[in-house]
Design a binder for this molecule. Structure first.
Ligand SMILES: NC(=O)c1ccc[n+]([C@@H]2O[C@H](COP(=O)([O-])OP(=O)(O)OC[C@H]3O[C@@H](n4cnc5c(N)ncnc54)[C@H](O)[C@@H]3O)[C@@H](O)[C@H]2O)c1
Length: 319
């Protein structure tokens, strides 16, 4: 689906990935963007640069407020649904937060879209849907059975399932992207953000969750958005679904090394909380098979390590 001249609603558009997406969309010809975000995790300052743009509108609203959402959805061509609880560790202690901002928020959105005849949705899912120790590594999109071990992953999978049913029953068209870990400008969470914050507080010591051997693929936010838009514009099935990742992975220990190097620090003592996982629900080894996107014609140019280094540099300029 071509995005030129479309009116796009971005849920969660004041967040990390959302604000980068909005910047990208507004730079394209004729696109109008409405951000719908409750600012629970997003920041007004991330969307402040767009407020003067006549193609941009910000609505402070909650996806749990169906009435307000219904009002704003009218006249929209396509929804990029990014809003979610991105604080996965908090969600492990508060499953109801994941349920509300995950499955229920998605169900509300789909229902108001149906009521208002808006039928195109892009959904940001996650590698967490593949669960712990998947038997196929790197894991392709058709891997199953899918048994996530976090409430975050469980609610993403439930949202994917709802989207599939809306496609089948109500003629929706959807693009689901299962992201790697994303790094870059405006990040407010994640291991790179955590390490920089901790080392700014105490440059002598870094506490690492787990044993530091956890390894996952990291994708730079610009490439994440570029890949997502490419997928939306080129994939034409009714229900399109892709991993969005680079090849390979980076271990937490390597991330610590890159952050320490980029901050110009020396003799930092590394202290480990121990165990193979960073926290309950953490999947310590993730490798995503990126070849379905490659067959469509897109692949990440940066390696996982390169994406991290660039993300670290950008965040150091910001924090
Ligand atoms: N960052 C990553 O590494 C990563 C990896 C995989 C998937 N994702 C997914 O990408 C999307 C964006 O992630 P992010 O890292 O930018 O997170 P983020 O927390 O920065 O952005 C999420 C936004 O959603 C908003 N929000 C949350 N609940 C809401 C609600 N009920 N109503 C309205 N707004 C609400 C928050 O205020 C925030 O601005 C999320 O769906 C996330 O699960 C992110």
């Amino acid at each position: 689906m071509k995005l030129e001249n479309k009116k796009i609603l971005v849920t969660g558009g004041a967040g990390f990935i959302g604000s980068n997406l909005v910047e990208f969309l507004l730079a394209r010809r004729g696109i109008k963007v409405v951000v719908y975000d409750n600012l629970s995790l997003g920041k007004k300052e991330f969307i402040a640069p767009f407020l003067k743009n006549s193609n941009f509108r910000f609505i402070k609203g909650d996806l749990l407020d169906k009435k307000k959402l219904g009002k704003e959805i009218r006249g929209i061509d396509i929804v990029f649904h990014l809003a979610a609880n991105s604080d996965i560790r908090y969600g492990m202690k508060h499953p109801e937060v994941e349920l509300k901002n995950g499955t229920i928020a998605t169900a509300n959105l789909l229902e108001v879209m149906r009521e208002n005849n808006v039928r195109e949705i892009v959904f940001t899912s996650t590698s967490a849907v593949y669960g712990d120790k998947p038997k196929v590594i790197p894991t392709p999109e058709d891997y199953g059975p899918l048994f996530p071990i976090s409430f975050y992953g469980a609610n993403k999978l439930a949202s994917e399932a709802l989207i599939s049913a809306y496609c089948h029953n109500f003629g929706f068209r959807a693009w689901i992207f299962r992201f790697a870990n994303i790094v870059g400008k405006n990040a407010t969470h994640g291991v790179v953000f955590d390490f920089i914050r901790k080392l700014k507080d105490n440059p002598k010591e870094l506490v690492i969750l787990g044993n530091g051997k956890q390894a996952k693929p990291y994708l730079h936010v610009k490439e994440c958005i570029e890949g997502m838009i490419y997928g939306v514009e080129k994939a034409n099935d009714q229900l399109n679904y892709f991993n969005l990742a680079c090849k390979g992975a980076t271990a937490v220990n390597k991330i610590a090394q890159i952050v320490i190097q980029e901050m110009g620090l020396e003799d930092v003592k590394l202290r480990y909380t121990g165990g193979e996982r960073g926290w309950p629900g953490d999947v310590p080894q993730v490798r995503l098979d990126p070849r379905k996107m490659k067959r469509l014609g897109w692949e990440a140019r940066l390696s996982s390590d390169q994406a991290i280094r660039l993300g670290v540099k950008e965040l150091l300029n910001q924090l």
